[in-house]
Design a protein around this ligand. Structure first.
Ligand SMILES: C[S@@+](CC[C@H](N)C(=O)[O-])C[C@H]1O[C@@H](n2cnc3c(N)ncnc32)[C@H](O)[C@@H]1O
Length: 244
């Protein structure tokens, strides 16, 4: 493990999630908001095990991104692996903590199984509607991803607002620096369910989008990312967000 940022509000580790999670103390984090590799993107095992750059980019897209790691598990091993890191997150979370985990339609059943196997109370599914998703001739458009929500026991509530179940945000293809980057405004919307100054853990930080949303909203952040290239990109984005 290499620690790239260690400040009061931001910690960023480059390393393997399970190993790094094992170093974090019990009951020390208020929220888990994360976007793990989906191991998805194909109807067959060989299609799922293809390079993520092929699976998750529209055909003809020319942008090159650093390799996304850990995206080639088959269904059973994906569920088992997700249960392991989700159980570590459960140990690290405080009672009443919120869990929010991204998934796509193929992996939704596997991920909701893993969330519950790890001890989390499954509370529901939010929809991220992406109007800019590619149309499919003669078929339905797959223009949604999902956020599985859960809690460690009875959830603590921190807002008097009735929050939506569907969020609509476009992917900013021209500006994104990660192959499967999530829009910061979406992450900011999701954080509204949490306490304003809470601590947020993202064990699959990618380019650091969750951390940017935390910094912009006064929350503290602990991120973990396996890829040295993406960890460096996340560190740079986070430092730039601190300065601006
Ligand atoms: C879906 S991406 C996260 C993208 C992020 N939400 C963003 O907006 O940039 C998942 C990330 O998890 C990383 N990853 C895969 N396996 C990992 C592991 N075992 N430990 C830590 N990070 C891992 C990948 O390199 C990838 O960057």
């Amino acid at each position: 493990m290499t620690t790239l940022i260690a400040s009061d509000r931001i910690t960023l580790h480059q390393g393997e999630a399970l190993g790094v999670l094992g170093t974090l103390p019990d009951s020390s984090i208020d929220t888990i908001l994360t976007d793990p590799p989906y191991s998805s993107g194909g109807m067959t095992l060989s299609a799922r095990q293809a390079d993520p750059a092929q699976k998750y980019q529209q055909s003809g897209a020319k942008r090159r991104y650093p390799a996304m790691l850990g995206d080639n598990r088959d269904q059973r091993s994906f569920t088992l692996w997700a249960s392991l890191w989700l159980a570590e997150c459960w140990r690290i979370a405080r009672d009443g903590a919120r869990l929010m985990v991204f998934s796509d339609w193929r992996q939704l059943p596997a991920m909701t199984d893993a969330v519950q196997a790890a001890g989390w109370m499954w509370r529901g599914i939010l929809t991220w509607h992406k109007p800019s998703a590619r149309p499919v001739l003669g078929d339905f458009k797959r223009d949604a991803e999902f956020i599985i929500t859960g809690s460690k026991g009875k959830p603590l509530t921190h807002t008097r607002r009735c929050l939506p179940g569907v969020y609509r945000h476009n992917v900013n293809s021209n500006r994104k620096v990660h192959l499967t980057e999530k829009p910061v405004p979406l992450l900011t919307d999701l954080l509204e369910v949490t306490q304003p100054e809470c601590s947020v853990l993202d064990p699959f930080a990618g380019s650091g989008s969750t951390g940017v949303a935390c910094l912009q909203t006064g929350r503290s952040f602990i991120g973990i990312e396996l890829s040295p290239e993406y960890a460096a990109i996340a560190a740079q984005r986070l430092r730039e967000t601190i300065v601006t």
